[in-house]
Write a new protein. Sequence first.
Length: 151
Amino acid sequence: MTDAIECPHCLLHVLPTNGICPSCAKDVNDADLAIQSRHQRDLADLIETLKQKRATDTAVTEAAVQAGFTSDLSSQLLANRRKTVIAARFEIKKKYLWPGYPAFIFGTGVTVGTLTDALHGGEYIAVLYGMIFYGLCSILVGHMKLRSYPL
Ligand SMILES: [Zn+2]
């Protein structure tokens, strides 16, 4: 009985039949590709770990080269990662920060204005605690999420 191996093409753990992956029907003994794909994933993991620690691109590249990766490969993976991070940060800003800041500022403005007015005998229109609360939560959540995607 053959042991399950990781297919270098589809990266699944499979039991090959005559050296062919049952999942993607490609040759599992493609050694060069196996080394290359493992290499790329190791490097991608390393870059991910280092970026989570908020290391700069230069520091990440230096660490990658020190770990035995080519600088070409590491800069290519860094560039790919940057694209992903920029897209993720954009989505977070769109969802949390762009609605959060106006809601907080408007809610606070109206509330402070209304309370000041009321203190001076003016009309008591609205106190937008809900809007302030929503804005604050949205801003906090947005910034927390942004921390997971350091540039
Ligand atoms: Zn496969």
